[in-house]
Design a protein around this ligand. Structure first.
Ligand code: ADP
Ligand code: MG
Length: 240
């Protein structure tokens, strides 16, 4: 579903992604971990072309992401993204937040968009909040709305960039539970997170990044029991 082949990216003179090779199969959950500044956000943002790669090849569902002929809007329709800071539209109700893109971008009727929105709000456990505004919700609830909004476009891939890092400890679990359900149902997911419990329990693979490189890629059981790289070992000793 996603394939990085020898991908490099520079920000001006700064080499942020170095020779990235990574494949994610349909239905797989890959968790990306690593120290701050190692390039995790840049890596996931390349997948939906929020960042462009400098060289190498990046394919999503068989399509070259950086090809001039690629329909970027079509590509992005298939990729939901959830950020650390929810990014909900503050002046719109929860329902409107979710129905907007399906109606504007995918051309879905209002009736169908509402039904779909309610289905996913139910799924993330907050259908009672459809007519609330984001500021009336807790962080965990806002993040679940953001997930429902992503799902309402019926994407093939969901990207998560530290979705629980801005949340109060008591609401982290409710967001992780929604993500676990999605994973169980077979969604293809790339998740940047510091939640090692989630990585251990849900990931098919853990990717450890440091200074723009993937330094280790392993099944979570192996990675956590016996990280092969000194840098990964050091990182784990700090976060666990
Ligand atoms: P992470 O998500 O692992 O913390 P990032 O991908 O956000 O890492 O950033 C990797 C490195 O690239 C950092 O050193 C950061 O300062 C730098 N960086 C990120 N975005 C930009 C940008 N738009 N311009 C220049 N440098 C950037
Ligand atoms: Mg980041």
């Amino acid at each position: 579903m996603i394939r990085f082949h020898q991908v490099n990216k520079h920000y001006g003179p700064f080499h942020v992604l170095k020779d990235i090779n990574l494949s994610v199969k349909s239905g797989e959950v890959v968790v990306v971990i690593g120290p701050s500044g190692s390039g995790k956000s840049t890596l996931v943002r390349c997948i939906n072309r929020l960042e462009t790669i400098t060289d190498g090849e990046l394919l999503v569902d068989g399509v070259r992401v950086n090809d001039a002929k690629t329909d970027i809007n079509l590509l992005r329709r298939n990729i939901g993204m959830v950020f650390q800071h929810f990014n909900l539209y503050p002046h719109m109700t929860v329902l409107k937040n979710i129905t907007l893109a399906p109606m504007k971008v995918a051309g879905v009727s209002e009736k169908e968009a509402r039904e779909t929105a309610m289905y996913y709000l139910e799924k993330v456990g907050i259908s009672g909040k459809a007519d609330s505004y984001p500021w009336q919700l807790s962080g965990g609830q806002q993040q679940r709305v953001a997930i429902a909004r992503g799902l309402a476009m019926k994407p093939k891939i969901m990207l998560f960039d530290e979705p629980t890092s801005a949340l109060d400890p008591e609401t982290i679990g409710e967001v992780l539970d929604v993500m676990k359900t999605l994973a169980r149902e077979g969604m293809t997911m790339v998740v940047v997170t510091h939640e090692m419990g989630f990585a251990r329990e849900v990931a098919d693979r853990v990717v450890f990044m440091d200074q723009g490189k993937i330094v280790e890629e392993a099944a979570p059981a192996d990675f956590f029991a016996n990280p092969g790289e000194e840098r990964a070992r050091l990182f784990l000793s700090r976060v666990l």
